[in-house]
Design a protein around this ligand. Structure first.
Ligand code: GLA
Length: 386
């Protein structure tokens, strides 16, 4: 991999000057969906698939970006003095991060040549964009010796996504990418960014990601709408109970105060946020006690909540998850990420993985009309220099 990347870099940018090779992972969220902008908990893990970069500093102020995933777009030129967003262009992600770093006062004194290659299917809900953002921050941190912590790299990525790209995402994706730890999931409290690693001891079971191959773009999805619905519910609740976020409420408290939420749709959105947060806390406790059965049941309940209360699944995700639930050897299955297409995640007993993929694949194709893809994934580390 490294040799191919270096060859491509020299072919595209010429071979003058020293360069480094870097990697940042993608992520999958096991449970805790749409809780991260509601002050709740999430439980994602980094993957061993992700994004690679080869990069070097330039003498001038020019930025030259190239992606092996979008070769038809060629080299994209910009300048550290003028970072403009272009419609529908992958380079908005690295540009956004460099813009955010400048805004936060980091001294980026020269331009760069950066080549990227990612092996996360993009638009699938496995955080190809957060991976690209955190990777870019990491590359700059290394090239300019900025000494940025991994938590700050995550925050810079989120800032770029919110303010440059225009998607009001929470911190989960960038945090999971930046803080990934092999064979561990990250139990993160998004209210204060305190976190704990939880060993993913699945007793021989595997994480199987099921890609519906229905693409979703966060920007044009209903993501920002869900966020405002939760904010409206919170504002109503704050008139009757002293809370900072929906994540402050237990299920019982929610039931006590829910009448304060004027709009019934906002109330069901808030219900998801509150119950999903509590489910995530319970799921991590279950995992710690080696109770995988309970962990799986909570994953299944999480899917139903995203389907009926939060309404972010859709026919493709529901079909694939329902097919997964029917299989022998499945411990739990649910949609993962923002929803509206993309991927679902399941935990499947090792010996059942092959038949699981075959049967779920068949049922999905029969009902939806095109193929799903499956990835048996490993849990990996955060950003590294290769
Ligand atoms: C996307 C966002 C995250 C999170 C999830 C839903 O992946 O980027 O911040 O809100 O959706 O859990």
């Amino acid at each position: 991999m490294k040799r191919e990347l270096l060859q491509k870099f020299e072919e595209i940018f010429g071979d003058s000057g020293a360069y480094g090779v870097y990697f940042a992972p993608g992520r999958v969220n096991l449970i805790g969906e749409h809780t991260d902008y509601n002050g709740g908990h999430v439980f994602p893990c980094a993957l061993t698939i992700g994004t690679y970069a080869v990069a070097r500093k330039r003498e001038d102020k020019k930025l030259r970006f190239y992606s092996m995933n979008f070769e038809q777009m060629g080299i994209i030129e910009s300048s550290i003095e003028n970072l403009e967003k272009k419609e529908d262009n992958w380079s908005n992600y690295p540009k956004g991060v460099i813009w955010a770093m400048q805004l936060k006062g980091y001294d980026i004194s020269s331009g760069m040549d950066i080549l990227y290659f990612g092996n996360i299917p993009n638009g699938s809900g496995l955080s190809s964009s957060a991976s690209l953002e955190v990777l870019t921050g990491f590359v700059l941190d290394q090239l300019f010796g900025l000494g940025i912590s991994f938590t700050d790299l995550a925050l810079l990525g989120q800032y770029a996504e919110n303010k440059f790209i225009g998607v009001n995402c929470g911190i989960m994706d960038q945090f999971a990418v930046a803080m990934g730890k092999k064979d561990n999931a990250i139990f993160l409290d998004t209210a204060d960014l305190s976190y704990e690693y939880a060993p993913l001891d699945l007793g021989g079971a595997k994480i199987v990601i099921m890609n519906t191959n229905k693409k979703r773009g966060l920007g044009d999805s209903k993501y920002n709408e869900r966020r405002s619905e939760c904010e409206a519910a919170l504002a109503d609740l704050q008139k009757v109970v002293e809370i900072k976020t929906l994540g402050d409420l237990s299920e019982e408290q929610f039931e006590t105060y829910k009448e304060a939420i004027k709009d019934p749709v906002h109330a069901t959105r808030a219900k998801h946020a509150v119950y999903e947060n509590q489910r995530t806390i319970k799921a991590v406790e279950a995992l710690k006690k080696n109770d995988l059965t309970l962990f799986g049941q909570l994953m299944n309940a999480s899917h139903k909540s995203t389907q009926f209360d939060y309404e972010v699944t859709g026919i493709e995700l529901d079909t694939i998850v329902e097919a997964a639930w029917k299989q022998e050897g499945v411990i739990g299955a649910r949609m993962t990420g923002a929803g509206f297409g993309g991927c679902a995640v399941s935990i499947v007993k090792g010996e059942a993985v092959d038949s699981f993929i075959r049967e779920v694949g068949k049922e999905y194709k029969d009902k939806i009309g095109y193929e799903a893809s499956f990835y048996v994934v490993e849990v990996g580390n955060g950003p590294v220099i290769l």
